[in-house]
Design a binder for this molecule. Structure first.
Ligand SMILES: Nc1ncnc2c1ncn2[C@@H]1O[C@H](COP(=O)(O)OP(=O)(O)OP(=O)(O)O)[C@@H](O)[C@H]1O
Ligand SMILES: [Mg+2]
Length: 260
C-alpha cells in the first residue's frame, strides 16, 4: 500500500498530534513512513517522540544554505542572479531525514516572503522537493501542514491521495474544513475528510454531525488530558493515551476504506 496524506485544519486543532499518532501507527505496522513537517513553525519531531537531542539538531531544508546553493547553483544572499529552476532532489529525503521509532521525518522549513511567495532558490528547492515527495516517493507520506492548501499548488495537490482536515467541535474549524473542501473540489481533488478532535461528550459529537455529513467524518478523538499534557512533558501523544491511539486506528481503517 502507498498513501500520501496531507493534514490541515485551523490553528491549534490537533493537526500535529494526529499526524504524529497516525505516523506511529503505520510505522508500528511495519510500513515505511515518511512524515513531512511542512509547517513554517515545525514541531512534529517532538510529537513523534524524537529525543530532544535529535530535535535540537534538526535544520529545516530551507535553512540548509549550502544544500540550497549547491542544488540550485545559486550564491547565498545574492538576489536577482540566475539559478537552476529544476534542482536535483531525489536523494534529499533519504539523506536529510531523521529517524526514530520507525518514522523518518523530513523538516521542510519555510521561506519568509511576507505572504507573497517568491521565486527564490529556497522556494524553488522546497517546491520541487514537495512535488517529488508526493508524486514519486513510494512510502506512506504523512504531511503536517499549516492551515489551508493554497500554498501547495495545483499540480502538487493532485499528488495527494487524501486531504484530512482536523476539526474540533466549533463552527470556526468546521468552516475551515468547508473552505478547504471547496478549494480541493475546485482543483479536482475528491478525497477529503474531516477528523473530529477534542471531543468532550456526546453533545460535541452531535454538534459535529449536525454540521458535516457523517460520510465525510472519519471519526472522533476524545479530549484527553493525557494527550494535552504530553505536550508539556515532551512525550508523544502516541505513547500517552491508549484509548486515543485506538480511536486513531479506527480512523485509519475508515480512511483506507474511503481511499481505496
Ligand atoms: N485530543 C486532544 N485532547 C487534549 N488535548 C489535545 C488533543 N489534541 C491536541 N491537543 C492539544 O492541543 C494543542 C494543539 O495541538 P497540535 O499542536 O497538535 O495542533 P496543531 O493543529 O498542529 O497546531 P498548529 O496550528 O499550531 O500547528 C496541543 O497542546 C495538544 O497537546
Ligand atoms: Mg502543528
Amino acid at each position: 500500500m502507498k498513501m500520501k496524506m496531507a493534514i490541515t485544519g485551523k490553528g491549534g486543532v490537533g493537526k500535529t498530534t494526529f499526524a504524529a499518532m497516525i505516523s506511529r501507527i503505520y510505522a508500528e505496522e511495519g510500513y515505511k513512513v515518511l512524515a513531512v513537517d511542512a509547517d513554517p513553525d515545525p514541531n512534529l519531531a517532538l510529537a513523534l517522540g524524537f529525543p530532544q537531542k535529535i530535535t535540537e539538531e534538526i535544520v529545516p531544508i530551507s535553512e540548509m544554505k549550502k544544500l540550497v546553493a549547491e542544488r540550485t547553483n545559486s550564491t547565498p544572499g545574492a538576489f536577482g542572479k540566475m539559478f537552476k529552476i529544476n534542482p536535483k532532489v531525489d536523494d534529499i529525503p533519504e539523506r536529510y531525514c531523521k529517524e526514530y521509532n520507525g518514522v523518518r521525518l523530513l523538516t521542510m522549513g519555510t521561506v519568509d516572503t511576507g505572504g507573497t511567495g517568491c521565486f527564490c532558490p529556497e522556494n524553488v528547492l522546497l517546491k520541487k522537493l514537495t512535488s517529488h515527495l508526493l508524486l514519486q516517493n513510494k512510502d506512506i507520506v504523512i504531511m503536517d501542514m499549516e492551515a489551508g492548501i493554497e500554498h501547495l499548488g495545483r499540480g502538487t495537490a493532485q499528488g495527494v491521495d487524501v486531504f484530512i482536515v482536523v476539526i474540533e467541535p466549533g463552527i470556526r474549524s468546521i468552516q475551515t474544513f468547508k473552505h478547504v473542501r471547496k478549494l480541493a473540489k475546485d482543483i479536482g481533488i475528491k478525497k477529503i475528510f474531516a477528523v473530529a478532535n477534542k471531543i468532550k461528550n456526546e453533545e460535541d459529537k452531535q454538534f459535529v454531525l449536525q454540521n458535516i455529513d457523517e460520510k465525510e467524518c472519519l471519526g472522533f478523538i476524545h479530549y484527553s488530558r493525557a494527550v494535552g499534557s504530553s505536550d508539556r512533558v515532551n512525550r508523544s501523544p502516541y505513547d500517552s493515551d491508549n484509548e486515543a491511539v485506538e480511536e486513531v486506528k479506527k480512523i485509519k481503517e475508515r480512511l483506507e476504506l474511503g481511499v481505496f
